[in-house]
Ligand binder design. Structure first.
Ligand SMILES: Cc1cc2nc3c(=O)[nH]c(=O)nc-3n(C[C@H](O)[C@H](O)[C@H](O)COP(=O)(O)O)c2cc1C
Length: 390
């Protein structure tokens, strides 16, 4: 019998019979507490924090409680099929790792992008590599093994640099470009402001810039000799407030599928479709950018409806395998996690990320087993609004 994601629980219980306890926490709160203890305070607050009073960040998580799944009995869901097709890629599950810019700093050895890519290779869970990495994208891609990776673009306002980044991503073997739209400027983040800490402005996670020929050509001196000049040049080029008129240019840069991240309004979905975009990514950046109150999950049904068959990726507030199943039931094609795997990385490097991903997948798989949903297609019909708002 081939392995199923739920088998992870058998491994854990079997370990217990040998006196081996699971090395990492099994709950999000446990992971967060461990990561807080393991990370330098400035990195912890940057990762854990969000915009404003963090209402949206909390709303993202709470929104999942307003949905419930109705179990079906005597289905005999002894095998569950979680595979999905995305841009011609056959993925073992709908789970992916959302781009996390400072993931490089979350590993104890300071090379968290590489460790995350290795976790992708071990689990088959795709990684979306951020523009903001400690190691250049080519080195990250080299660790992905057979698992597809996507490159997340913070579009610079220097078009030649944008083109260079996209072409490098293509050459490195990334399978899609994810253009993040909601971060052309940084949202108001009191936790980071309180410690006057913004990692990139301290020269962190800029390897894709310092390794780029176009970026280097803009500097007066080699980046190694002028770290301050690097940061100044980064500040000059970061943050292109893209408009719909810019999409044909972006589209012309690559034959790879392009996704737009940060889409929450159905009209924006329709405009993206009209422009020949290959997929939309419904997300509010985990509540880190705008503190408006609406949970990303609440935007998902309208986005899915407007997408009308176009792939819809989703993230923001996913903390458990049950959350993954609910987002799929609401129509997401694939579901991303952010902070949970960052915390796993802080605790155990690649092994910690693998543990978090396997736990999410095991919970999702076992929920589908217990509730009688052998396939992802069974999920929408099982979903109900919780009476009285949850
Ligand atoms: C510390 C941190 C850094 C992030 N950096 C990026 C980034 O570089 N690019 C991007 O598109 N999204 C970035 N995000 C947003 C994530 O891709 C994702 O939307 C968010 O983490 C999902 O919410 P969750 O953390 O509640 O799962 C970042 C999130 C965190 C927590």
């Amino acid at each position: 019998m081939t392995a199923q994601f739920g088998d992870y629980q058998n491994e854990i219980y079997a370990g217990g019979l040998q006196g081996v306890m699971p090395p990492y926490p099994l709950t999000f709160d446990g992971l967060a507490a461990g990561a807080e203890a393991a990370l330098p305070p400035s990195v912890w607050s940057y990762v854990a924090g969000g915009a404003g009073d963090e209402h949206t960040q909390r709303a993202n998580v709470r929104a999942f409680e307003r949905w419930g799944l109705v179990p079906r009995m005597m289905v005999g869901a002894t095998r569950r099929d979680l595979t999905v097709d995305l841009f011609g890629l056959r993925l073992p599950s709908p789970l992916f790792m959302a781009p996390v810019g400072v993931i490089g700093l979350c590993a104890q050895d300071g090379h968290g992008d590489l460790a995350t890519a290795r976790a992708a290779a071990r689990t088959g869970v795709p990684m979306i590599a951020s523009t903001l990495t400690v190691d250049p994208m080519e080195d990250v891609a080299a660790q992905l093994g057979d698992t597809p990776g996507f490159f997340q673009l913070y579009t610079p306002n220097d078009r030649a640099l944008a083109e260079s980044l996209v072409h490098r991503a293509e050459a490195a073997g990334f399978k899609a470009i994810v253009v993040t739209l909601d971060t052309w400027t940084t949202g108001w983040r009191p936790r980071d402001l309180s410690s006057a800490n913004f990692p990139q402005l301290r020269g962190n996670c800029l390897a894709n810039y310092t390794s780029d020929p176009v970026f280097r050509a803009r500097l007066g001196k080699p980046p190694e000799e002028d770290p301050q000049g690097v940061v100044l040049q980064f500040m000059t080029v970061f943050g292109n407030p893209l408009r719909w008129e810019d999409l044909p240019w972006l589209r012309s840069l690559t034959r790879l599928p392009i996704l737009l991240k940060g889409i929450c309004h159905p009209e924006d979905v329709r405009r993206a479709k009209d422009a020949g975009i290959d997929g939309v990514y419904c997300s509010n950046h985990g509540g880190r950018q705008a503190n408006g109150g609406l949970a990303a999950l609440d935007a998902l049904p309208e986005v899915v409806e407007a997408a009308n068959g176009l792939p819809v990726l989703f993230d923001s507030g996913v903390r458990t395998g049950t959350d993954v199943v609910k987002a799929l039931a609401l129509g997401a094609t694939a579901v991303g996690v952010g902070r949970p795997y960052a915390y796993g990385l802080a605790l155990g490097g690649t092994d910690g990320v693998v543990h978090v991903l396997r736990s999410l997948l095991a919970e999702a798989d076992l929920l589908m087993a217990v509730n009688g949903y052998p396939t992802l297609a069974d999920l929408p019909a099982a979903l109900r609004r919780v009476p009285n708002g949850g």
